[in-house]
Ligand binder design. Structure first.
Ligand SMILES: Nc1nc2c(c(=O)[nH]1)N[C@H]1C(S)=C(S)[C@@H](COP(=O)(O)O)O[C@H]1N2
Ligand SMILES: [Mo]
Length: 331
């Protein structure tokens, strides 16, 4: 019996010349195929390399990111649940990211500026200009000064030398991504909420994984109120056609760090306005008095030390999107 290999053209290639000619045809063809795919590959890479950027990414890569976001919206409708864990598996979250947190905020000077609420003036907390609110900070400590090393300081923050910084006067957007284009104009009316206005909402505990795009993740024990409950208590104003604004914008006091979300994602039951971690009030470096946790999004969307929440219909600016990361940031 002959193998299939033996069967290859038993009588077509009779002479050595015929074999050689066939081989040449094959060689030419493979050379052409190789040359063509090489050229296409080269052209593809060149396109990726030199193409104009969309959000700091070459357009082919940006298109892949956008398709990825579309697909996951389609498949999960943003309703997928992140896994939860027993408290015993939680760890103290590491500190990663200091933008907008470089000086301690005096917590009694904290208010949440909330803009875009339906019938805002029916609330006691209504003010004609939320941007006039003054956040107060502790005097910054110089971390690079050998004669004045940073040590654990037992003095309560409130008793330290206080520097008052006017929201309207202090320079904004001092970090790498610069100023946010979504920040408020002076004279924007809204609510100035106290922490109690938020913590009066039902408290929820959750043990979920926090994922940073840099490649680490940790299981954390969070508690706070659901963003969904917050939206019910302080609902966004409808547009004249009856529809809701599409986005939620958040920034730190004085606007150095900022993020944007789709409004409907903020109704996800796992999105929390966090006030406690591991059963203790948030520390300054983790974003006291409130930060966001959203386990379906990467860490860079989980803003610490929220000072402003605004419901808006224009796609909000986002700190890391400006530096090339994906706005959607889904996990
Ligand atoms: N205000 C503020 N929020 C922030 C950041 C920041 O630099 N400033 N960094 C983000 C990033 S990239 C991560 S990974 C997490 C880190 O949170 P943690 O320090 O509590 O671990 O905070 C996010 N929220
Ligand atoms: Mo991160």
């Amino acid at each position: 019996m002959s193998t299939p290999r033996d069967n290859v053209a038993p009588d077509r290639f009779k002479t050595d010349e015929e074999v050689l000619a066939a081989s040449r045809r094959y060689t030419r063809r493979s050379f052409l195929v190789a040359a063509l795919s090489g050229a296409l590959g080269y052209e593809f890479c060149r396109q990726v390399w030199y193409s104009h950027a969309i959000g700091l990414q070459p357009w082919p890569r940006r298109l892949v990111l956008q398709a990825d976001a579309k697909l996951s919206r389609l498949l999960f409708k943003d309703r997928a649940f992140a896994p939860t864990y027993p408290v015993s598996r939680s760890v103290p979250l590491r500190v990663n990211g200091h933008i907008g947190l470089k000086t301690d905020l005096l917590l009694e000077s904290w208010r949440l500026q909330l803009v875009g609420v339906e019938d805002a003036h029916r609330f006691d907390r209504f003010v004609p200009d939320v941007t006039a609110w003054e956040y107060k900070y502790a005097e910054p400590q110089r971390r690079d000064d050998p004669d004045n090393p940073v040590v654990a300081d037992p003095t309560p923050v409130a008793a330290k030398d206080v520097r008052v910084e006017r929201a309207g006067k202090r320079d904004r957007g001092l970090e790498e991504a610069g100023k946010s284009y979504s920040t408020l104009a002076a004279g924007t009316p809204g609510l100035l909420l106290t922490l109690a206005d938020i913590t009066k909402l039902p408290k929820h505990e959750m043990v979920t994984e926090f994922k940073c795009i840099e490649g680490w993740s940790e299981i954390v024990h969070w508690s706070g109120v659901r963003m969904a409950d917050f939206l019910d208590a302080y609902p966004p104003a409808r547009k004249p056609d009856g529809s809701l604004p599409r986005y939620v914008y958040m920034e730190t006091p004085n606007g150095d760090y900022y993020v944007g979300y789709d409004l409907h994602i903020c109704r996800h039951p796992q999105m929390l306005l966090v006030t406690e971690m591991a059963g203790k009030p948030l520390s300054q470096v983790h974003g006291a008095p409130i930060r966001l946790h959203a386990p379906m999004k990467y860490g860079y969307k989980q803003i610490k030390r929220i000072g402003l929440i605004a419901y808006t219909d224009s796609k909000p600016d986002d700190y890391w999107t400006k530096l090339g990361y994906d706005w959607y940031a889904g996990i």
